[in-house]
Design a protein around this ligand. Sequence first.
Ligand code: NDP
Length: 470
Amino acid sequence: MEIPVRNPRTGKVDDHIDGADTATVMAVAAHLRAGQLQWRALGLEGRAAALARFATALGDHGQAIVAALATDTGRQRIARMELDGVRGAIGGWIAATPGLLPEGWVQGRANPAIRHAPNWVPYDLVGVISPWNFPLTLSLIDAIPALLAGSAVLIKPSEVTPRFARPLADAVAAAGLGDVLALVLGGGGTGQALVDAVDCVCFTGSVSTGRKVAMQAAGRLIPSFLELGGKDPLIVLADADLDAAVTAALRGSVLATGQACQSIERIYVARPLYADFLSRLVEQAEAVRLNVPGSAKGELGPIIFARQAEILEHQIRDAVDQGARVLSGGVVEDHGGLWLRPTILVDVTHDMAVMREETFGPLLPVMPFDSEEEAITLANDGQYGLSAAVFAGDLDRAAALARRLVAGAVSLNDAALTALFHEAPKQSFRESGLGPSRMGLDGYTRFFRRQALIAQTGRPLPLSAFAEET
Ligand code: NDP
């Protein structure tokens, strides 16, 4: 099936993909399963060497990948950062994994004659379904540790941003990884076929699709690792460094046009700081430049997915209808593609969609609070639990408050640090996800099943040891 692809910078359809049907997905999966046997037999060292070649190939094809990614997303610099980040992640995993998994025999505690040893068995074929906001990063973030673990990987990127997949496939082929790593293009139907073809699925995307993927995977009794949406709060306590808090709040909400799962989407400020915080935030927000007409200058790129602009407009309208005021931005601008300047909203309440539903855009609703208890109650309100942020003059006080937040990661005296720092294991709470941590070393160990070898070094017990005796 032919699927049209829109350019987010021009607003025009200028490309298309042929969506892979179920038979194609099954055939690719079968090819990868055959390749995985040899891949696993290579051992960690052999796989690390192959992935190092992949990092080199990504560099060799870097110009084409970045150019396609820039067309997919309308952003140049972040496209380059995605490529650098992925190459860095390959090096990081290669360095972190040797010797990580315990091996060898352990004597039993209850019965010293019995010993056991672990065998770490990777899933044969891991599936990855990724969204449009960071197309390269989120296609490979799970794929790299899965490959290193010994699995083959089948990726389905979003149909909204599929151009990067062509040069990426060239890099895969150049690195000689074509038998264990493949991409299939297509929409939701192709995603469904993928879930039916793999042994474990890593999904990054919305809560509603994540729920469907989890249910389909559960029907097959395969695990699903879900990284879903968020509604991340930022709390600014009265003794916080105001400049630092404003800087982090703006970057955390507006970077990548807010199209990031860990974006700050609600800001709660201690009342004594509220007026100063707002005036500085408005001043800094108004200095943000749209990168139109070209992408060479400016901080703010286009809204990638046109339907997302409707969500932003709906949340602004709904808030204003219920009494909110817009202090900056507020109107989706048509420059061919669609742009929205940082939009600061005040007089907001938790009855408004902008305080409850995921925004995925540069909206900054700000609300004052009178006590830490109130701030915690407001921050913990809602269905999500992805991440959060706390600013305080005293780090221990910030940490104490953070421990009471229902969120898988809390940035202290900064915002959205999970985008910049991947070493700390974290899970997604509530409806923001499911499964073990993608971050930290768990991001690797989750791709293994534990097989136990249990050895009798004494005599096996005879049946008579279990005979009834009265
Ligand atoms: P979607 O849930 O709409 O889509 C995600 C992927 O699932 C796409 O590849 C999509 O294909 C595919 N898909 C759609 N229907 C099905 C189905 N029934 N079975 C299998 N796959 C299917 O998310 P978006 O692409 O809109 O991404 C934005 C969302 O991603 C936001 O909610 C954001 O918070 C979340 N996200 C979470 C992150 C995290 O780490 N927690 C990181 C980044 C984003 P297609 O696009 O072709 O329809």
